[in-house]
Write a protein that binds this ligand. Sequence first.
Ligand SMILES: [Zn+2]
Length: 476
Amino acid sequence: MRPPQAFSDRIRSEQTLYFPPGQHPDRATHCTAPLFVARRRAKQEGFELIEGSCFWAEPSGPTMQSSYESMRDEILDQLRAAMPVDGVLLGLHGAMVAYGYDDCEGDIIARVREIAGEKAVIGVELDPHCHLTEKRVRGADIVILYKEYPHTDFAERAEELVTLVVKAIRGDIRPVSSVYDCGMIDVFPTSREPGRAFVEKMKKLEGRDGVLSVSLGHGFTQGDVPEQGTRVLVITDNAKTRGDALARELGVEIREKRGVWYPPYLSYDDAITAAYAEPKGPVVVADPTDNAGGGAASDNTNIIRRLLERGMTDAAVGPLWDPVAVEFCHAAGVGETIPLRFGGKTAPSSGMPIDAEATVIGLVKDGKQSFGTAKVKFGDGAGIRVGGVEVALIAHRTQALGTEIFSAVGIDLAAKRYVGVKSTNHFHAAYAPIATKVLYCDGEGPSPLDARKYPFTKARRSIWPHAELPEGRIIV
Ligand SMILES: [Zn+2]
């Protein structure tokens, strides 16, 4: 179950990220890297860049149709006003679903093509957790996905996108896409093997034998759309047969290693036992099942409750999304101990709220955490101590990316035995360096790792792990 659409998606976006033309900061954020990179390259290379609006929101349920259309049309109107153009750069996530639109990005790309014309070169950067649909690959000229998960390479991939789009505009290359559907869906961290080696392999293949770009579309396990699944995209310089063969070869490797890309995970009770069995902390334990980035509410209390029941000390857990509890803590002030109800609010899958005497140990207004070069808002925050457990409460729903989630609210991670983070793998970039060990657990939150547990109505059930592995095939 996902958080309800309690207020307009447009407001939800604006609270997270909304930059009208010209107001984008001079720093790349997760999905706006093409704008940031093109701004610098335009100055260096002497082309004219006309900027459009940027929107981004934390995943949850489907976007309201009117919200999607108003954001899309704002961008399309800007493009109409900018015409004629030689090319269009789009930084899109790739897993947006709105009421009436299963493929929002395919819809945007098709409408951009209508306005920009057949000759314009359309370049798109996508998150690998996208639905790499036929419509969007056919609609664009060049699609490049981040290779890393955690997504630390959004700016590097945007550089490549701008380079290839400029070359295509100048007629120096003729990009042709090949897409292989792996007939499966899986989760592919690149902070461990075999994902790490696969990224290096993709990079080595680029820039020779006519191969311009290689991407792996992981797919978005939580997206209930017909084309959900893992796909390989190869772009060649007008060498379709070679591109098809390479996409197939890479896709076969993905298929052969299905089920081993994501690390083994423990029950949350076993993860607590395993973490405290380590001679030295902090052991970082990720709970991917309550990851806001996967659409979860991030207010599940199972692990905090179990740590308290077992009398564990030197533990920290976060982020826990609870704007009301954050407000109470701010009203109380640092050092005060108050009776506080926190967490467990949005759905049965959140567990029950915890009622406790909580000591406020730190407060922050308009908190931000680091993710690569990006600063991601988590709103007001409060650190509380209940028994031996410290909890980072946040007002603006997001997953654990940077350690500021804790440090900004007075929680010292270096002194902990157990650090619980709500995240699937983005946490790894900032938290692995401070951890003596990293574990993954099933916190029994609303976003299970097992794709078979989702009550999907549109996603294909003919792919692995829903069914036996079907034949893979070239679809573009
Ligand atoms: Zn992603």
